[in-house]
Design a protein around this ligand. Structure first.
Ligand code: M6R
Length: 608
């Protein structure tokens, strides 16, 4: 979603603002802008619709040596993507960039008749509101910012600069992340720590309800109620290599291919193969409490939701006496759902900043339910607000489509389930096969990726012109089918939906015709024969089936087959999902779309 950068220091601000915005490109945006302020009271505001290269083109004629400035990538919410709606927004002597949504902007706007609005955005209303207090002469700037924020309903991460004092940036957050990078004679600001890499590894993560005045050598943090906050400087763990393409053409392919390593990181120190047990320290739930757990609520959006759903199929197989409800965060936050006693909520999020997931976390906590995070981004809001948690440690995921996070989220949750089962005294013979397969997965993932890439490339030629697809699976292959369909939809813009095989006869079978292909996940196991009957029904209606299977003697007369030779059983759907990921990737290449930044989407959805 939108990105913020800011700079105050000894170097040319424009240089960091542009390089920082480029680092945030992956989050998704449709326009960008920066403003810098000179000591002479001159401002240089440059904004452009579209990609950052457009902004750079304009900047060629607007180079400055100014040492303070702010910048923004905008993902349109109020008002179309355009130059006038792009940030920074000007009001009097000040400029503002804003992530989030000001919900009461219409009411506030009515009171700001002195300001001549140039954009349709809610953000300009906030700029004008701050200026209305600032113009009253209530200097310093931070006071005006605080007064304005006290009137605001909604979410924000903001950075504000003023021509009256071109040596400081004021930042604040509520529900939208902001990080302050502490350098040598320079201070940097970003909505995502990755923008700071190469400049500093020392970061201060602002908390909700805090506002900070930042100069080249100081960071002064207060709450909105003027209570001083002592800044906690933390080390940014990510390195530059992790956010570069490393020789791949796209981040997505890199992230698909690095799953053997990213899963290894998820498992590091958590699997004891000799004893056949797992050990997760992070959730911090004492064994006696683990034994009492009767209900799990798993909350997430998009891929994180699918990961939760798939994990629930596994956990309920080996943990008796436990019920699991996997829910979509944007729905659950408004439901009046009863959460039974002895429940634990798993909050699943790659970014740790998804607005709906965060809202659910807060709602669930209010009810006194213990929360456990399954999060990737270290230090993110969700990671900091949960009672305990397990980082998946897959490293930065840059491509908008989530791939490596999914695999590790599933396994991290299964390991949490195993932790409960171990505490409840479930027989070792039941749990051990899961532990053994988990330990083998990184290697098997590597083999499957190697084996299937060529096969996927070959079949994509046949399906590149299709605009409709149906993903099918049973049992654990069903949530996997849902995830495969989401991937194809979001990057290849194919109208792909997923159904449980058993649902076909209840409606979707009517769709089968030459405009559709069917992506069938056919793994060995109890329900294989039933799935085969469903495939026959599709074949009988002229379906165009792509079968992904681990059955050696697969003899169904389907149009295309992709074989997986691994002897992994329980987690075979995770291997099949690699094929879906590659299929989505190569379909997108064949169709000529933007792989890493699909239209209309953002990596981290920080607004509702
Ligand atoms: O950062 P999160 O895991 O909370 O994000 C949740 C979804 O927005 C995300 O998984 C989204 O569905 C992906 N673009 C799917 O590839």
């Amino acid at each position: 979603m939108c990105g913020i950068v800011g700079y105050v220091g000894k170097e040319k601000a424009q240089d960091f603002l542009i390089s920082g915005l480029k680092r945030l490109e992956y989050r998704g945006y449709d326009s960008a802008g920066i403003v810098t302020l000179g000591e002479d009271g001159k401002d240089t505001l440059v904004r452009a619709k579209g990609k950052i290269v457009n902004l750079e083109d304009k900047l060629k004629h607007n180079k400055t040596a100014d040492r303070v400035g702010i910048g923004h990538t905008r993902w349109a919410t109020h008002g179309e993507p355009s130059e006038k709606n792009a940030h920074p927004h000007r009001a009097g002597d000040l400029f503002l960039v804003h992530n989030g949504i000001i919900e009461n902007y219409k009411e506030l706007k009515k009171e700001l008749s002195d300001h001549k609005f140039e954009s349709e955005t809610d953000s300009e209303v906030l700029a004008a509101l701050i200026n209305s207090f600032y113009e009253d002469g209530k200097y310093p700037l931070v006071n005006a910012v605080v007064q304005a924020l006290k009137l605001v309903k909604g979410t924000y991460g903001i950075a504000v600069v003023s021509k009256k004092n071109p040596n400081e940036v004021v930042v604040a957050r509520s529900g939208s992340p902001l990080v302050i990078g502490v350098g040598h004679d320079e201070t940097l600001i970003a909505s995502d720590a990755s923008a700071l890499l190469g400049h500093t590894k020392q970061a201060i993560y602002l908390n909700d309800g805090e506002v900070a005045t930042v100069t080249a050598n100081s960071v002064d943090i207060k709450t909105l109620n003027a209570e001083p906050v002592s800044a906690k400087v933390e080390k940014i763990e990510t390195n530059l290599a992790a956010i570069q393409k490393g020789g791949y053409e796209h981040f997505l392919l890199k992230e698909i291919m690095e799953q053997p390593d990213s899963l290894t990181e998820t498992l590091r120190g958590r699997v004891n193969l000799e004893e056949g047990i797992v050990h997760l320290g992070g959730p911090g739930i004492p064994e006696a409490e683990l034994r009492k757990i009767k209900h799990l609520v798993i909350v997430g959006c998009g891929t994180a939701y699918h990961a939760g759903l798939l994990a629930s199929y596994y956990i309920e197989k080996f943990t008796p006496g436990i019920t699991i409800e996997t829910v979509i965060a944007s729905e659950y936050r408004y439901r009046q759902a009863y959460v039974p006693e002895d429940s634990v909520a798993l909050i699943v999020s790659q970014s740790g900043e998804t607005a709906d997931t965060l809202a659910c976390l807060r709602e669930i906590k209010k009810r006194g339910v213990r929360t456990v995070g399954i999060v990737n981004a270290i230090g993110s809001t969700i990671a900091r607000e949960v009672d305990g948690g397990t980082y998946v440690h897959v490293g930065p995921e840059i491509s908008v489509a989530s791939t490596k996070a999914f695999t590790s989220q599933v396994i991290a949750m299964v390991m949490f389930g195993l932790t409960i089962a171990q505490a409840k005294g479930v027989k070792h013979s039941i749990l051990k096969p899961y532990v053994t397969e988990i330990a083998r997965l990184p290697e098997e993932i590597g083999k499957t990726l190697k084996e299937s890439e060529k096969a996927v490339k070959d079949i994509v030629k046949k399906y590149a012109d299709y605009e409709h697809g149906i993903y099918l699976g049973r049992d654990t292959a069903y949530p996997t089918a849902m995830e495969g369909a989401l991937k194809l939809k979001e990057i290849a813009y194919v109208d792909a939906n997923a159904y449980a095989f058993g649902e076909l006869k209840h409606g979707p079978l009517a769709l089968i015709d030459d405009r559709f292909f069917e992506f069938a996940l056919l793994n060995k196991g109890e329900l294989y024969d039933k799935a085969v009957s469903n495939v026959q029904e599709v074949l009988a209606r002229g379906g165009h089936i792509i079968a992904v299977t681990n059955v050696e003697k697969f003899d169904l007369a389907v149009e295309s087959v992709i074989k997986i030779s691994s002897d992994i059983e329980l987690f075979m759907p995770l291997l099949m999902n690699l094929v879906s990921q590659l299929f989505a990737y190569y379909m997108t290449i064949a169709k000529g779309y933007d792989v890493d930044q699909p239209r209309n989407l953002a990596k981290s959805v920080t607004v509702e």
